[in-house]
Design a protein around this ligand. Structure first.
Ligand code: FAD
Length: 391
Protein backbone atom coordinates (compact mmCIF):
# COMPACT_ATOMS: atom_id res chain seq x y z
CA UNK A 1 0.00 0.00 0.00
CA UNK A 2 1.31 3.39 -0.98
CA UNK A 3 -0.01 6.20 1.21
CA UNK A 4 2.16 8.90 -0.29
CA UNK A 5 0.69 11.90 -2.10
CA UNK A 6 2.14 12.95 -5.44
CA UNK A 7 4.20 16.18 -5.49
CA UNK A 8 1.46 17.83 -7.59
CA UNK A 9 -1.24 16.88 -5.08
CA UNK A 10 0.89 18.01 -2.15
CA UNK A 11 1.44 21.34 -3.90
CA UNK A 12 -2.31 21.72 -4.50
CA UNK A 13 -3.05 20.80 -0.87
CA UNK A 14 -0.63 23.50 0.28
CA UNK A 15 -2.05 26.04 -2.15
CA UNK A 16 -5.57 25.42 -0.84
CA UNK A 17 -4.30 25.52 2.76
CA UNK A 18 -2.66 28.90 2.19
CA UNK A 19 -5.74 30.24 0.41
CA UNK A 20 -8.00 29.17 3.27
CA UNK A 21 -5.79 30.56 6.02
CA UNK A 22 -4.89 33.83 4.30
CA UNK A 23 -8.10 34.71 2.46
CA UNK A 24 -11.04 32.79 3.90
CA UNK A 25 -10.44 32.48 7.64
CA UNK A 26 -10.23 36.29 7.95
CA UNK A 27 -13.76 36.43 6.50
CA UNK A 28 -15.21 34.24 9.23
CA UNK A 29 -15.90 37.37 11.28
CA UNK A 30 -17.98 38.87 8.46
CA UNK A 31 -21.40 39.99 9.78
CA UNK A 32 -23.00 38.66 6.61
CA UNK A 33 -22.78 35.20 8.17
CA UNK A 34 -26.42 34.85 9.17
CA UNK A 35 -28.20 32.10 11.15
CA UNK A 36 -29.27 30.78 7.72
CA UNK A 37 -25.75 30.74 6.30
CA UNK A 38 -23.63 33.27 4.44
CA UNK A 39 -25.86 35.73 2.58
CA UNK A 40 -25.73 36.18 -1.20
CA UNK A 41 -23.22 39.04 -1.03
CA UNK A 42 -20.80 37.15 1.20
CA UNK A 43 -21.10 34.04 -0.92
CA UNK A 44 -20.35 36.05 -4.08
CA UNK A 45 -17.27 37.60 -2.42
CA UNK A 46 -16.04 34.18 -1.29
CA UNK A 47 -16.52 32.62 -4.72
CA UNK A 48 -14.76 35.50 -6.41
CA UNK A 49 -11.72 35.01 -4.15
CA UNK A 50 -11.52 31.33 -5.09
CA UNK A 51 -12.02 32.18 -8.77
CA UNK A 52 -9.15 34.67 -8.64
CA UNK A 53 -6.99 32.06 -6.92
CA UNK A 54 -7.88 29.46 -9.60
CA UNK A 55 -9.40 27.18 -6.98
CA UNK A 56 -13.03 26.80 -8.06
CA UNK A 57 -14.67 23.39 -8.46
CA UNK A 58 -12.01 20.88 -7.41
CA UNK A 59 -14.64 18.13 -7.80
CA UNK A 60 -15.87 19.02 -11.30
CA UNK A 61 -14.53 17.68 -14.60
CA UNK A 62 -12.18 19.85 -16.66
CA UNK A 63 -14.89 20.10 -19.34
CA UNK A 64 -16.99 22.09 -16.87
CA UNK A 65 -14.19 24.25 -15.58
CA UNK A 66 -13.13 22.05 -12.68
CA UNK A 67 -9.87 20.39 -11.69
CA UNK A 68 -10.95 16.91 -12.80
CA UNK A 69 -9.62 15.34 -9.61
CA UNK A 70 -9.93 11.67 -8.72
CA UNK A 71 -11.88 10.78 -5.57
CA UNK A 72 -8.64 10.29 -3.67
CA UNK A 73 -7.32 13.67 -4.80
CA UNK A 74 -10.65 15.21 -3.81
CA UNK A 75 -10.25 13.72 -0.33
CA UNK A 76 -7.07 15.73 0.15
CA UNK A 77 -8.32 18.96 -1.40
CA UNK A 78 -11.80 19.02 0.15
CA UNK A 79 -10.34 18.36 3.59
CA UNK A 80 -8.06 21.38 3.09
CA UNK A 81 -11.08 23.43 1.89
CA UNK A 82 -13.11 22.37 4.94
CA UNK A 83 -10.53 23.83 7.32
CA UNK A 84 -12.83 26.84 7.23
CA UNK A 85 -16.56 26.14 6.98
CA UNK A 86 -16.62 28.99 4.45
CA UNK A 87 -13.94 27.27 2.35
CA UNK A 88 -16.19 24.83 0.46
CA UNK A 89 -18.63 27.65 -0.30
CA UNK A 90 -15.79 29.77 -1.70
CA UNK A 91 -14.43 26.90 -3.78
CA UNK A 92 -17.91 25.91 -5.02
CA UNK A 93 -17.67 22.42 -3.56
CA UNK A 94 -20.20 22.72 -0.73
CA UNK A 95 -23.40 20.71 -0.27
CA UNK A 96 -25.86 20.49 -1.90
CA UNK A 97 -24.35 21.98 -5.09
CA UNK A 98 -21.37 19.64 -5.07
CA UNK A 99 -23.61 16.53 -5.07
CA UNK A 100 -25.96 18.07 -7.61
CA UNK A 101 -23.06 18.87 -9.95
CA UNK A 102 -21.86 15.29 -9.69
CA UNK A 103 -25.34 13.94 -10.41
CA UNK A 104 -25.89 16.26 -13.35
CA UNK A 105 -22.54 15.47 -14.90
CA UNK A 106 -23.52 11.80 -14.74
CA UNK A 107 -27.18 11.97 -15.77
CA UNK A 108 -28.23 15.28 -17.38
CA UNK A 109 -28.61 15.79 -21.13
CA UNK A 110 -26.23 18.16 -22.92
CA UNK A 111 -28.98 20.80 -23.12
CA UNK A 112 -29.67 20.47 -19.39
CA UNK A 113 -25.97 20.74 -18.59
CA UNK A 114 -25.66 23.91 -20.65
CA UNK A 115 -28.74 25.43 -19.00
CA UNK A 116 -28.24 24.46 -15.35
CA UNK A 117 -24.85 22.88 -14.73
CA UNK A 118 -22.64 25.38 -16.55
CA UNK A 119 -23.81 28.51 -14.64
CA UNK A 120 -23.47 26.57 -11.39
CA UNK A 121 -19.91 25.48 -12.11
CA UNK A 122 -19.11 29.09 -12.95
CA UNK A 123 -20.17 29.90 -9.39
CA UNK A 124 -22.96 32.17 -10.65
CA UNK A 125 -25.87 30.09 -9.33
CA UNK A 126 -26.81 27.76 -6.46
CA UNK A 127 -29.17 24.80 -6.43
CA UNK A 128 -31.13 22.63 -4.01
CA UNK A 129 -32.12 18.98 -3.78
CA UNK A 130 -35.70 18.28 -2.68
CA UNK A 131 -36.16 14.79 -1.31
CA UNK A 132 -37.08 14.80 2.40
CA UNK A 133 -40.70 15.34 3.44
CA UNK A 134 -42.38 16.06 6.75
CA UNK A 135 -44.28 13.22 8.47
CA UNK A 136 -45.71 10.98 7.07
CA UNK A 137 -43.50 11.40 4.00
CA UNK A 138 -40.01 10.32 2.96
CA UNK A 139 -37.07 10.67 5.36
CA UNK A 140 -34.71 7.82 6.14
CA UNK A 141 -37.17 5.61 4.30
CA UNK A 142 -37.49 6.94 0.73
CA UNK A 143 -40.34 4.49 0.04
CA UNK A 144 -42.59 6.84 2.03
CA UNK A 145 -42.32 9.43 -0.79
CA UNK A 146 -45.64 11.30 -0.94
CA UNK A 147 -44.97 14.08 -3.46
CA UNK A 148 -46.57 13.18 -6.79
CA UNK A 149 -45.88 14.10 -10.40
CA UNK A 150 -48.87 13.35 -12.61
CA UNK A 151 -48.35 13.36 -16.39
CA UNK A 152 -50.71 15.70 -18.27
CA UNK A 153 -49.90 15.95 -21.99
CA UNK A 154 -46.26 16.95 -22.34
CA UNK A 155 -45.97 18.15 -18.74
CA UNK A 156 -45.83 16.77 -15.22
CA UNK A 157 -47.90 18.40 -12.49
CA UNK A 158 -46.24 18.19 -9.10
CA UNK A 159 -47.96 18.43 -5.72
CA UNK A 160 -46.51 17.89 -2.28
CA UNK A 161 -44.32 19.29 0.47
CA UNK A 162 -40.62 18.96 1.34
CA UNK A 163 -38.59 20.16 4.27
CA UNK A 164 -35.02 20.52 5.47
CA UNK A 165 -34.18 21.57 1.91
CA UNK A 166 -30.73 23.10 2.11
CA UNK A 167 -30.18 26.20 0.05
CA UNK A 168 -33.72 26.41 -1.38
CA UNK A 169 -33.90 30.09 -0.45
CA UNK A 170 -31.88 31.82 -3.14
CA UNK A 171 -31.39 28.74 -5.34
CA UNK A 172 -31.59 29.23 -9.10
CA UNK A 173 -33.04 25.76 -9.59
CA UNK A 174 -34.22 22.69 -7.72
CA UNK A 175 -33.94 18.98 -8.31
CA UNK A 176 -37.22 17.53 -7.11
CA UNK A 177 -37.91 13.88 -6.34
CA UNK A 178 -41.54 12.85 -6.88
CA UNK A 179 -43.60 9.69 -7.30
CA UNK A 180 -44.56 9.59 -10.96
CA UNK A 181 -48.02 8.72 -12.17
CA UNK A 182 -48.52 8.18 -15.91
CA UNK A 183 -51.95 7.08 -17.19
CA UNK A 184 -52.92 6.19 -13.63
CA UNK A 185 -49.90 3.91 -13.22
CA UNK A 186 -47.30 4.53 -10.49
CA UNK A 187 -43.92 4.36 -12.26
CA UNK A 188 -41.88 5.06 -9.14
CA UNK A 189 -39.69 8.04 -8.30
CA UNK A 190 -38.43 10.53 -10.88
CA UNK A 191 -36.14 13.55 -10.58
CA UNK A 192 -37.26 16.84 -12.11
CA UNK A 193 -35.33 20.03 -12.79
CA UNK A 194 -37.15 23.24 -11.95
CA UNK A 195 -36.05 26.84 -12.53
CA UNK A 196 -36.62 29.07 -9.52
CA UNK A 197 -38.59 31.06 -8.70
CA UNK A 198 -41.51 29.21 -10.27
CA UNK A 199 -45.26 29.52 -10.10
CA UNK A 200 -46.46 26.61 -7.93
CA UNK A 201 -43.17 26.43 -5.97
CA UNK A 202 -43.39 28.21 -2.61
CA UNK A 203 -40.82 28.54 0.11
CA UNK A 204 -43.09 28.46 3.17
CA UNK A 205 -40.33 29.27 5.65
CA UNK A 206 -36.68 28.83 6.52
CA UNK A 207 -36.29 26.49 9.48
CA UNK A 208 -34.26 27.68 12.45
CA UNK A 209 -31.56 25.07 12.95
CA UNK A 210 -28.44 24.44 15.04
CA UNK A 211 -26.14 24.88 12.05
CA UNK A 212 -25.47 28.12 10.22
CA UNK A 213 -22.92 27.48 7.47
CA UNK A 214 -25.01 26.31 4.51
CA UNK A 215 -25.86 29.13 2.11
CA UNK A 216 -29.64 29.65 2.17
CA UNK A 217 -30.23 27.57 5.33
CA UNK A 218 -32.87 24.84 5.26
CA UNK A 219 -36.39 25.49 4.00
CA UNK A 220 -39.88 24.06 3.92
CA UNK A 221 -41.12 24.11 0.32
CA UNK A 222 -44.54 23.45 -1.16
CA UNK A 223 -45.48 22.34 -4.66
CA UNK A 224 -48.97 23.38 -5.66
CA UNK A 225 -49.71 22.24 -9.23
CA UNK A 226 -46.11 22.98 -10.19
CA UNK A 227 -45.78 22.30 -13.93
CA UNK A 228 -42.59 20.80 -15.31
CA UNK A 229 -42.18 20.10 -19.04
CA UNK A 230 -41.16 16.52 -19.80
CA UNK A 231 -37.89 17.82 -21.29
CA UNK A 232 -36.89 18.82 -17.75
CA UNK A 233 -36.95 15.29 -16.35
CA UNK A 234 -33.46 14.53 -15.05
CA UNK A 235 -32.48 11.19 -16.54
CA UNK A 236 -35.31 8.73 -17.09
CA UNK A 237 -38.78 8.52 -15.59
CA UNK A 238 -38.95 6.01 -12.72
CA UNK A 239 -35.21 5.94 -12.08
CA UNK A 240 -35.14 8.55 -9.31
CA UNK A 241 -34.07 6.20 -6.53
CA UNK A 242 -31.30 4.77 -8.67
CA UNK A 243 -29.99 8.28 -9.43
CA UNK A 244 -30.25 9.12 -5.73
CA UNK A 245 -27.65 6.41 -5.16
CA UNK A 246 -25.45 7.92 -7.91
CA UNK A 247 -25.60 11.15 -5.94
CA UNK A 248 -25.52 9.82 -2.40
CA UNK A 249 -22.40 7.64 -2.21
CA UNK A 250 -19.87 10.25 -3.45
CA UNK A 251 -21.80 13.10 -1.77
CA UNK A 252 -21.68 11.24 1.54
CA UNK A 253 -17.93 10.86 1.16
CA UNK A 254 -17.32 14.50 0.27
CA UNK A 255 -19.23 15.49 3.43
CA UNK A 256 -16.74 13.34 5.36
CA UNK A 257 -13.83 15.08 3.62
CA UNK A 258 -15.06 18.59 4.41
CA UNK A 259 -15.99 17.79 8.02
CA UNK A 260 -12.62 16.17 8.56
CA UNK A 261 -11.06 19.54 7.72
CA UNK A 262 -13.38 21.36 10.13
CA UNK A 263 -12.70 18.87 12.94
CA UNK A 264 -8.95 19.21 12.33
CA UNK A 265 -9.33 22.97 12.68
CA UNK A 266 -11.19 22.63 16.01
CA UNK A 267 -8.50 20.25 17.22
CA UNK A 268 -5.67 22.61 16.15
CA UNK A 269 -7.29 25.55 17.96
CA UNK A 270 -7.75 23.45 21.09
CA UNK A 271 -4.20 22.10 20.97
CA UNK A 272 -2.66 25.56 20.61
CA UNK A 273 -4.75 26.75 23.54
CA UNK A 274 -3.85 23.76 25.70
CA UNK A 275 -0.16 24.29 25.04
CA UNK A 276 -0.34 27.91 26.26
CA UNK A 277 -2.97 28.09 28.97
CA UNK A 278 -1.87 27.15 32.46
CA UNK A 279 -3.75 25.73 35.42
CA UNK A 280 -2.41 24.37 38.68
CA UNK A 281 1.18 25.14 37.77
CA UNK A 282 1.41 23.63 34.32
CA UNK A 283 -0.01 23.95 30.83
CA UNK A 284 -3.34 22.26 30.20
CA UNK A 285 -1.85 19.81 27.74
CA UNK A 286 0.36 18.42 30.52
CA UNK A 287 -2.70 17.54 32.57
CA UNK A 288 -3.54 14.01 31.60
CA UNK A 289 -7.26 14.80 31.43
CA UNK A 290 -6.63 17.31 28.64
CA UNK A 291 -3.64 15.63 26.99
CA UNK A 292 -5.60 12.39 26.61
CA UNK A 293 -8.56 14.22 25.06
CA UNK A 294 -6.21 15.70 22.47
CA UNK A 295 -4.56 12.32 21.92
CA UNK A 296 -8.00 10.79 21.33
CA UNK A 297 -8.66 13.58 18.82
CA UNK A 298 -5.50 12.66 16.93
CA UNK A 299 -6.58 9.01 16.83
CA UNK A 300 -10.10 9.86 15.65
CA UNK A 301 -8.81 12.20 12.94
CA UNK A 302 -6.19 9.78 11.73
CA UNK A 303 -8.52 6.79 11.48
CA UNK A 304 -11.19 8.88 9.80
CA UNK A 305 -8.70 10.19 7.26
CA UNK A 306 -7.54 6.66 6.46
CA UNK A 307 -11.12 5.44 6.06
CA UNK A 308 -12.11 8.36 3.83
CA UNK A 309 -9.08 7.89 1.61
CA UNK A 310 -9.61 4.15 1.38
CA UNK A 311 -13.23 4.58 0.32
CA UNK A 312 -12.20 7.27 -2.17
CA UNK A 313 -9.59 4.90 -3.57
CA UNK A 314 -12.26 2.19 -3.96
CA UNK A 315 -14.45 4.59 -5.97
CA UNK A 316 -11.42 5.40 -8.12
CA UNK A 317 -11.09 1.66 -8.86
CA UNK A 318 -14.67 1.72 -10.20
CA UNK A 319 -16.17 0.01 -7.14
CA UNK A 320 -19.58 1.14 -5.86
CA UNK A 321 -18.23 1.52 -2.34
CA UNK A 322 -21.69 1.65 -0.77
CA UNK A 323 -20.76 -0.62 2.16
CA UNK A 324 -17.50 1.22 2.85
CA UNK A 325 -19.10 4.63 2.41
CA UNK A 326 -21.75 3.66 5.00
CA UNK A 327 -19.03 2.63 7.44
CA UNK A 328 -16.94 5.73 6.93
CA UNK A 329 -19.97 8.02 7.07
CA UNK A 330 -20.77 6.67 10.55
CA UNK A 331 -17.12 6.85 11.59
CA UNK A 332 -16.54 10.36 10.23
CA UNK A 333 -19.74 11.91 11.55
CA UNK A 334 -19.31 10.43 15.04
CA UNK A 335 -15.51 10.84 15.30
CA UNK A 336 -15.56 14.44 14.01
CA UNK A 337 -18.33 15.26 16.47
CA UNK A 338 -16.27 13.78 19.32
CA UNK A 339 -13.27 15.84 18.20
CA UNK A 340 -15.31 19.05 18.15
CA UNK A 341 -16.81 18.23 21.55
CA UNK A 342 -13.38 17.61 23.11
CA UNK A 343 -12.12 20.85 21.53
CA UNK A 344 -14.95 22.76 23.23
CA UNK A 345 -14.09 21.10 26.55
CA UNK A 346 -10.40 21.90 26.21
CA UNK A 347 -11.17 25.58 25.62
CA UNK A 348 -13.22 25.77 28.81
CA UNK A 349 -15.81 28.56 28.95
CA UNK A 350 -14.37 30.18 25.85
CA UNK A 351 -15.26 27.00 23.96
CA UNK A 352 -18.98 27.76 23.99
CA UNK A 353 -18.53 31.36 22.84
CA UNK A 354 -17.82 32.89 19.45
CA UNK A 355 -14.30 33.85 20.59
CA UNK A 356 -13.12 30.99 18.39
CA UNK A 357 -14.63 29.12 15.44
CA UNK A 358 -14.85 25.95 17.55
CA UNK A 359 -18.29 26.85 18.88
CA UNK A 360 -19.73 27.05 15.36
CA UNK A 361 -17.98 23.90 14.21
CA UNK A 362 -19.44 22.05 17.22
CA UNK A 363 -22.98 23.24 16.46
CA UNK A 364 -22.74 22.69 12.73
CA UNK A 365 -21.21 19.24 12.82
CA UNK A 366 -24.02 17.72 14.89
CA UNK A 367 -26.39 17.42 11.95
CA UNK A 368 -23.91 15.33 9.99
CA UNK A 369 -24.95 12.32 12.09
CA UNK A 370 -28.43 12.72 10.59
CA UNK A 371 -28.23 13.83 6.96
CA UNK A 372 -27.07 11.53 4.17
CA UNK A 373 -28.39 8.71 6.32
CA UNK A 374 -28.54 8.75 10.13
CA UNK A 375 -25.89 6.60 11.86
CA UNK A 376 -28.56 4.09 12.88
CA UNK A 377 -29.72 3.57 9.30
CA UNK A 378 -26.15 2.97 8.13
CA UNK A 379 -25.53 0.52 11.00
CA UNK A 380 -28.79 -1.21 10.14
CA UNK A 381 -27.77 -1.61 6.49
CA UNK A 382 -24.27 -2.78 7.48
CA UNK A 383 -25.85 -5.39 9.80
CA UNK A 384 -28.20 -6.59 7.03
CA UNK A 385 -25.20 -7.09 4.80
CA UNK A 386 -23.45 -9.05 7.54
CA UNK A 387 -26.50 -11.27 7.84
CA UNK A 388 -26.51 -11.91 4.08
CA UNK A 389 -22.80 -12.74 4.27
CA UNK A 390 -23.49 -15.48 6.84
CA UNK A 391 -26.60 -16.88 5.11
C1 FAD B 1 -28.83 20.04 8.25
C2 FAD B 1 -29.65 19.17 7.37
C3 FAD B 1 -29.68 19.38 6.00
C4 FAD B 1 -30.49 18.60 5.17
N1 FAD B 1 -30.55 18.87 3.82
C5 FAD B 1 -31.40 18.19 3.04
C6 FAD B 1 -31.57 18.53 1.66
O1 FAD B 1 -30.94 19.45 1.14
N2 FAD B 1 -32.47 17.83 0.92
C7 FAD B 1 -33.19 16.81 1.45
O2 FAD B 1 -33.99 16.24 0.72
N3 FAD B 1 -33.06 16.46 2.76
C8 FAD B 1 -32.20 17.13 3.56
N4 FAD B 1 -32.07 16.81 4.89
C9 FAD B 1 -32.90 15.77 5.44
C10 FAD B 1 -32.14 14.51 5.80
O3 FAD B 1 -31.76 13.83 4.64
C11 FAD B 1 -33.06 13.69 6.72
O4 FAD B 1 -33.15 14.41 7.94
C12 FAD B 1 -32.57 12.28 6.95
O5 FAD B 1 -32.68 11.52 5.77
C13 FAD B 1 -33.40 11.59 8.04
O6 FAD B 1 -34.76 11.65 7.75
P1 FAD B 1 -35.79 12.22 8.86
O7 FAD B 1 -35.27 13.52 9.35
O8 FAD B 1 -37.14 12.18 8.27
O9 FAD B 1 -35.67 11.22 10.05
P2 FAD B 1 -36.52 9.83 10.27
O10 FAD B 1 -36.54 9.04 9.02
O11 FAD B 1 -37.83 10.25 10.87
O12 FAD B 1 -35.64 9.14 11.33
C14 FAD B 1 -35.53 9.65 12.68
C15 FAD B 1 -34.56 8.79 13.42
O13 FAD B 1 -35.04 7.45 13.46
C16 FAD B 1 -33.97 6.55 13.48
N5 FAD B 1 -34.13 5.56 12.40
C17 FAD B 1 -34.71 5.70 11.19
N6 FAD B 1 -34.63 4.58 10.47
C18 FAD B 1 -33.98 3.67 11.24
C19 FAD B 1 -33.56 2.33 11.07
N7 FAD B 1 -33.77 1.67 9.91
N8 FAD B 1 -32.90 1.73 12.08
C20 FAD B 1 -32.64 2.39 13.24
N9 FAD B 1 -33.00 3.67 13.46
C21 FAD B 1 -33.65 4.30 12.47
C22 FAD B 1 -32.69 7.36 13.33
O14 FAD B 1 -32.12 7.56 14.61
C23 FAD B 1 -33.17 8.68 12.78
O15 FAD B 1 -32.32 9.76 13.12
C24 FAD B 1 -31.25 17.56 5.73
C25 FAD B 1 -31.20 17.33 7.12
C26 FAD B 1 -30.43 18.12 7.93
C27 FAD B 1 -30.42 17.85 9.41
Amino acid sequence: MDFSLSPELTALQERVGTFISEQIIPMEADPRRTPHGPDAGLRADLVSKARDAGLLNPQVSREFGGMGLSHLEKAVVLEAAGYSMLGPIAMNCAAPDEGNMHLMEAVATEAQKARWLRPMTEGRTRSCFCMTEPHPGAGSDPALLKTTAVKRGDRFVINGEKWLITGADGAAFAIIMARTIVDGEDLGATMFLCDLPASGFTISRCMDSMDSSFAGGHAVVKFDNLEIPETDVLGEVGKGFRYAQVRLVPARLTHCMRWLGAAQRAHDIATRHAAQREAFGQTLIRHEGVGFMLADNEIDLHLTRLGVRHCAWLLDQGERGSFESSMIKVQASEACFRVADRAVQTLGGMGVTRETEVERIFRDIRAFRIYDGPSEVHRWSIARRLERRIA
